[in-house]
Write a protein that binds this ligand. Structure first.
Ligand code: C2O
Ligand code: CU
Length: 510
């Protein structure tokens, strides 16, 4: 072999080696296109994927009583998923199949509902489609997470007490058009009523012990939790892009989120990112809603920058809810050169064409058991919320629970609903299995006086699964029932209301 032939052979070998190395890296499983991003979700454990196939996320989930510290120094026997509050965070890319081997080790029957997720009807975990899993029982949930966004899971049996006891967890689904950020945080907001020894209140076992005020409004308390603790802290990097994924799991409490001196750039809500984000000083988040927002902290290293819930009122004649600090944040380091993008290309949600004609009316009202309105709970009502005379009843079109005639919809049909709240309480309309778009409202937005009203930006681009309707106002929505026939619940997401009548179903038929 001549020297030149030898050299050529070496060169070819080196080249081949290079190709093999290049192929090796490009074949390596790549979960996402995003640049390096640090994830800091204080207090939240990540779910463990038992399945080697990157297209499947398979996990064990056990509902059980566990001792946790929601408030420093106090032991609480909470109801938990896998022993923690919140339960484990499921982190996947859109298109992943989620397989959950569920075991109920609670002393009460339960189900899991996958809030906001589009899935086959039999996997929805609602009473209409699933017998509750008895203590000691198991169930296998399996479905594909189709849509990017932040979702959550919680029981749909005795949800007023089971969610309040700590049964909730988060699902984060990434798409292909996620914004570039430096840091990301899942922030789960809640509140809890603890006795002085840290125990949960007895009215969770016995509805008759619940004070009338909480029967009317829903359970709430001044003990605010972030990711399962009342004293969470987070370190921020000045100048860096922080992405906050807010979820409100509280039964009633609203949070009027603000970071003093700063603006959020809101990039999404529920099951949608926005092509055109908007800036705001305050994000009003109601029970079960999610908001996705970017923020660049600007303050000196060492400065405190709290995440607050600012003062607000639920109605013009209501007392002001006081401002509180939800999460202590402080600046630990700094970086320069970051700016927020004005648009998120490639994420536009197609708008549903609004059909002509009158919307289907969903009228929310309230009355009293044995009262003059004549409202009654169905005879097969959810035990033990049978209540007694004088207890509130919450109705849809003047009927409660299974007495409410289901709304029938043809598969493929687009339907317009007007939700009118004629009661004295605030309500949160939630629909299972389908996103809806907001078409109209008679409530008008003002960041201080009327933070609850819907912003134009949400009507123009959000696809939601939950929306608040204040007393005396209405919201018109449109949904396209284009797949997954079956029995899909709609209800108020204040569970003290839904378990006392304000819950029915939409039947999507072929
Ligand atoms: Cu998160 Cu039917 O509810
Ligand atoms: Cu309600």
């Amino acid at each position: 072999m001549s020297l030149s032939v030898f050299m050529r052979a070496i060169r070819i070998l080196v080249m081949l080696l290079g190709i093999v190395i290049a192929m090796g890296t490009s074949c390596a499983p790549r979960r996402e296109q995003e640049p390096a991003r640090s994830d800091d979700n204080p207090g939240i454990t990540s779910a463990i994927d038992l399945n080697g196939d990157p297209a499947v996320f398979e996990m064990n989930l056990v509902a059980k009583v566990a001792t946790v510290e929601l408030v420093a120094g106090k032991k609480t026997a909470a109801w938990t998923y896998n022993g923690t509050v919140p339960g484990p965070l499921v982190d996947v890319v859109a298109g992943t199949r989620l397989v959950v081997h569920f075991k109920n080790e609670l002393p009460q029957a339960t189900t899991i509902h996958w809030h906001g997720v589009r899935l086959p009807n039999s996997m929805d975990g609602a009473m209409a489609v699933q017998e509750p899993v008895q203590p000691g029982g198991t169930f296998e949930y399996s479905f594909v997470l189709r849509d990017p966004g932040l979702y959550w899971f919680h029981p749909h049996h005795r949800s007023d007490s089971q969610i309040e006891r700590g049964l909730y967890g988060v699902i984060r689904v990434r798409g292909t058009s996620e914004p570039r950020v430096d840091h990301e945080h899942v922030v789960v907001l809640d509140d809890v009523r603890l006795q002085s020894d840290g125990a949960l209140p007895a009215d969770l076992d016995d509805y008759s012990q619940l004070p009338l005020d909480l029967k009317l409004h829903g359970r709430w308390s001044d003990t605010v939790l972030v990711n399962g603790r009342n004293d969470r802290a987070l370190t921020l990097q000045a100048g860096a892009i922080h992405r906050f994924r807010f979820l409100n799991t509280a039964n009633l409490r609203y949070f009027n989120l603000t970071v003093p001196g700063h603006k959020f750039r809101v990039i999404g809500t529920d099951g949608s990112l926005f092509e055109k984000p908007y800036d705001t000083t305050h994000i009003l988040i109601g029970p079960s809603e999610r908001y996705d927002a970017l923020l660049i902290p600007s303050a000196a290293v060492g400065a405190q920058l709290p995440l607050m819930s600012d003062a607000f009122s639920r109605a013009e004649d209501d007392t002001l809810q006081p401002a509180i600090t939800a999460l202590k944040m402080s600046i630990g380091s700094s970086v320069t050169g970051r700016t927020l993008a004005d648009s998120l290309p490639g994420v536009a949600v197609p708008r549903i064409a609004v059909p002509d004609g009158e919307p289907t009316l969903i009228e929310f009202d309230q009355g009293t058991q044995g009262g003059a309105e004549g409202y009654t709970l169905p005879a097969d009502g959810p035990d033990p919320l049978v209540g007694k005379d004088g207890d509130p009843i919450f109705v849809i079109n003047k009927k409660a629970g299974s007495d409410i005639p289901p709304i029938e919809v043809k598969l493929g049909e687009t339907k317009k609903f007007k939700i009118h709240n004629i009661s004295h309480q605030i309500h949160v309309f939630h629909l299972h299995g389908f996103f809806f778009q907001i078409v109209d409202t008679d409530d008008s937005y003002d960041p201080v006086k009327k933070p609850f009203a819907l912003r134009r930006e949400l009507m123009d681009q959000a696809q939601k699964d939950s929306v608040t309707i204040r007393s005396g106002f209405s919201v018109t929505i449109v949904a396209k029932f284009d797949d997954e026939p079956g029995r899909w619940m709609y209800h108020c997401h204040i569970p003290e209301h839904s378990e006392r009548g304000m819950m029915s179903e939409i039947r999507v038929v072929k």
